[in-house]
Design a binder for this molecule. Structure first.
Ligand code: MG
Length: 418
């Protein structure tokens, strides 16, 4: 290419790029690029955390007035100082290089617990905040950055406030599930306080315990209309024999899934149960990263996976786990305890993956918790008739109602910069 040709080529490319950058919705950060090819580099200036109940919220600030917020759940005890220890990996970095920052922090911690637990949960909060920044900087909702939207709304299931016919509030809670428009619900059937138990530690269920568990499923199945699917959780407490007996006994109820009849740590035991039954088996709420899901998928030990997207590594890691599962024709039904902020973030990912089944919703009871859900973000209640419609606002697209959320903190819990 002659010098003249090269100049013409660069000029025409510059023209095309200028057109691209003038598209409505792209941020000022990009539009004020110093060259047509390079936006001004955003820099992370500050990282701040708050703990609210069982949620860890992280805010990451930049030099251009944009900040992102991410949420992590469950394995958050001790996660605040872990995030603070990463300041050197974050301050001054371009937050839009989400995966590079994530990978650098992960690989830097391989001797510090970066295989799971609090380390990855903390990293998850950071990763989601970075996506929130990336969305706000480009003027795009996160689903767009994760590959684009396959669906406008994400199906939610209600974690039921009741599970047995002796509960005086049973009908009230069941009516609530129906009236709120859910198409699926879940109950827990493991009961540490079951008087039929012979041993306080060992979880080999006897016939009476098995009958008690089956009766909970039978009651709920009778009480819920047929169109509402039912999932059942055993919380990974039981031994292999009990898991197999329960999976078989529950076959007539045509469950949406039976969750963790044994812990998923021994993939072969889980596969043994799956191969013994027609009841779909689901596992994964305490599994981290793609690496944690690999053998579960490769050995066909489950029918459904359920990573917690506020814990397993983040939104892109969730997408990667989903894509891995999709090659085994296995759908994803994420575990979720998060506030509307984390839940909406999960829904962005679920909108972008092909094998999205349903997401957990845990805020129906008691009534005080339902009120917290409605007040958590400025957008109000994001749940509509059993679905969450994925927002088109930039980033996660919901904003914490600080005043309301501060009142939900337990004594001594940290609040951002205070
Ligand atoms: Mg569970």
């Amino acid at each position: 290419m002659s010098q003249l040709d090269r100049r013409r080529f660069l000029q025409s490319a510059a023209g095309a790029a200028a057109g691209l950058f003038s598209l409505e919705g792209l941020s000022a950060a990009i539009q004020t690029a110093t060259t047509p090819y390079q936006r001004p580099r955003l820099k992370i200036t500050k990282v701040s955390t708050a703990v609210v109940g069982g949620s860890l919220h992280t805010r990451i600030y930049t030099d251009q007035g944009i900040f992102g917020q991410g949420e992590a759940v469950d394995a958050i005890s001790g996660a605040v100082p872990i995030i603070e220890s990463w300041r050197g990996y974050l301050i001054g970095q371009d937050p839009l290089n989400v995966d590079a920052i994530w990978e650098r922090i992960r690989t830097s911690g391989i001797f510090a617990g970066a295989q799971g637990g609090q380390y990855i949960t903390a990293l998850t909060a950071v990763e989601i905040a970075l996506w929130d920044i990336a969305g706000k900087a480009t003027g795009l909702p996160i689903y767009q950055l994760l590959g684009g939207k396959m669906r406008d709304r994400v199906r939610m299931y209600c974690d039921s406030g009741t599970n047995n016919r002796k509960d005086p509030n049973a009908q009230k809670f069941i009516n609530q599930i129906i009236e709120m428009g859910f198409t699926a619900a879940k109950i827990d059937i493991d009961d540490a306080a079951d008087p039929a138990r012979f041993d306080r530690v060992n979880w080999t269920a006897n016939n009476q315990e098995i009958d008690n568990m089956i009766d909970k499923v039978a009651f709920m199945r009778e009480a819920l209309p047929k169109h509402i699917e039912l999932a059942v959780d055993m919380h990974g407490r039981f031994d292999l024999g009990t898991g197999k007996r329960m999976a078989k006994a529950l076959e007539p109820f045509r469950l949406l899934w039976l969750e963790e009849p044994v812990p998923p740590d021994n993939v072969d035991a889980m596969r043994d149960i799956r191969e013994s039954t027609n009841t779909p088996i689901c596992a994964g709420e305490n599994i981290f990263l793609r690496h944690g899901f690999r053998r579960l998928l490769e050995t066909f030990a489950v029918d459904i996976i359920m990573p917690d997207i506020q814990k397993c590594g983040g939104l892109l890691e969730g997408r990667k786990i989903a894509d891995m599962a999709h090659t085994y024709y296995i759908p994803m039904a994420p575990h979720a305890q998060a506030s509307p902020i984390g839940t909406m973030a999960t829904c962005h990912m679920m909108a972008a993956i092909p094998n999205a089944l349903v997401v957990e919703w845990h805020w129906g009871h008691p009534a005080s918790r339902h009120e917290q859900w409605k007040n958590y973000v400025k957008e109000g209640d994001i749940l509509q008739k059993g679905y969450i419609y994925v927002t088109d606002k930039p980033g996660i697209g919901v904003e914490m109602n600080d005043e309301a959320v501060r009142k939900m903190q337990r004594p001594g819990q940290k609040w951002f910069d205070t």
